[in-house]
Design a protein around this ligand. Structure first.
Ligand SMILES: [Zn+2]
Length: 405
């Protein structure tokens, strides 16, 4: 459970219990009141009361258990499940040249995905918000979904941002610095919209659906145009006080080194991000020889010494930086994820080798490492999962206000 978010939304004790019950039902698929009380170590009366409020609000529904699960003398056992039809949520990831949208029902079932191509990779905040609206509209139209049914949109952006206040300090996708997205969202988008760092959303997706399932302490490092990171500590996302934590891409690897897109010098990203590799592999060449990382990989494979050298060096720099993460966090697991191009074996081996050599040596195995070629929908899937959590909190708070009135 994202208790940080619950705290940020000021849920009282009763509403927090309702949220925990809802999340227990979500995790259980279909679960009886008795089992919820046992799982939450709570009294049956408390659980029954919370379930009553959630049923009234339409967030859950009763279903009859399969005959084999019916244990109460001939009477079918009543189970509870999340009401998939209660709300729809859009998960949105802003990438360099496209906006990915995933529409899900309240149970997390996929309704549809949509890719909205962007002409520019960086634009004013207002223009970007309008592009997000357009992408969500088109996604809904394609899936035959009335946009009015959306209860929330969760938006993942690269960069430094404070999730609870939707305040963006900096993003490579936005022209301005220091943007309060709340009024923009309210003006342009049709429903409550939640902002988060995109790598946090991949961490969320890995935690719920991927290599981080059931783990309490793990890291997700995303390597794309830039380098991002999501930190899960004690089962929860760690965002930092100002929302600027986990900026692995801007860890300095060279004093007064290469200029980074954040404006500072010597950042990791300025040595291993796609734009950095294109810059380094183009030294002394016509500027359009390498347009993408794929071009550099292709050139290296056909024997181009400079391309090979650039990739080898970047892999080692990344491996050393990853070793610092292991030394700092001692995580159970690290997921290294990239969307495109796929990880290339020789360079992945160079990276893992540098990681191993630079990790503090103890007589215990290194954390597990998953090298994952990320399905591009994973970002939007993580955003959708975040959206469902946030909508759950909002709806429980709304219901609580009705009960208090
Ligand atoms: Zn930087």
């Amino acid at each position: 459970m994202d208790t940080q978010s619950a705290q940020a939304f000021d849920l009282d004790a009763r509403d927090t219990t309702r949220l925990r019950v809802l999340q227990c039902i979500r995790a259980g698929g279909a679960i009886s009141r008795t089992d919820i009380a046992r799982d939450l170590d709570s009294s049956p009366a408390t659980v029954t009361s919370a379930c009553g409020a959630l049923l009234d609000a339409g967030m859950i529904r009763e279903v009859k258990a399969a005959p084999s699960e019916s244990v109460q003398r001939g009477r079918p056992r009543v189970m509870l499940e999340v009401n998939a039809d209660a709300f729809a949520v859009a998960g949105v990831k802003v990438a360099r040249r496209a906006i990915h949208v995933m529409l899900v029902d309240f149970k997390g079932g996929e309704i549809g995905t949509y890719l909205h191509v962007l002409k520019q990779s960086c634009m004013p905040a207002r223009a970007l918000t309008h592009e997000v609206r357009r992408a969500v509209e088109l996604a809904c139209a394609q899936s035959g979904l009335d946009m009015g049914i959306l209860a929330g949109i969760a938006l993942g952006l690269p960069g430094f941002m404070h999730a609870d206040s939707a305040f963006m300090h900096w993003s490579s996708s936005v022209e301005e610095r220091n943007v309060d997205f709340r009024p923009l969202f309210q003006e342009v988008l049709p429903c409550p919209t939640f902002l988060d760092n995109d790598a946090n959303l991949v961490a969320k997706a890995e935690h719920l659906f991927g290599a981080g399932r059931g783990l309490r302490n793990f890291l997700v490092v995303t390597i794309e145009h830039g380098v991002g990171m999501g930190i899960v500590l004690g089962g929860e996302l760690y965002r930092g006080e100002r929302g600027c934590g986990a900026e692995f891409g801007h860890v300095k690897v060279q004093f007064e080194g290469a200029v980074c897109q954040c404006g500072q010098r010597g950042c990791l990203e300025a040595y291993v991000g796609e734009y950095a590799l294109i810059r380094d592999a183009s030294v002394g060449r016509q500027s359009d020889v390498h347009k993408s990382l794929q071009d550099i990989l292709d050139a290296a494979r056909s024997g181009d010494a400079l391309s090979h050298e650039v990739l080898e060096r970047a892999s080692q720099i990344l491996g050393v930086a990853l070793a610092s993460l292991v030394n700092l966090f001692d995580p159970e697991h690290i997921v290294l994820a990239r969307s495109r191009p796929k990880f290339d074996n020789p360079y992945t081996d160079a990276m893992l080798d540098a990681l191993q050599r630079n990790t503090v040596q103890v007589d215990a195995p290194l954390p597990g490492i998953t090298v994952r070629n990320l399905d591009e929908t994973m970002w939007a899937k993580g955003a959708a999962a975040h959206g469902i959590e946030m909508v759950s909190i909002l709806k429980i708070r709304e219901r609580g206000a009705v009960d208090a009135a």
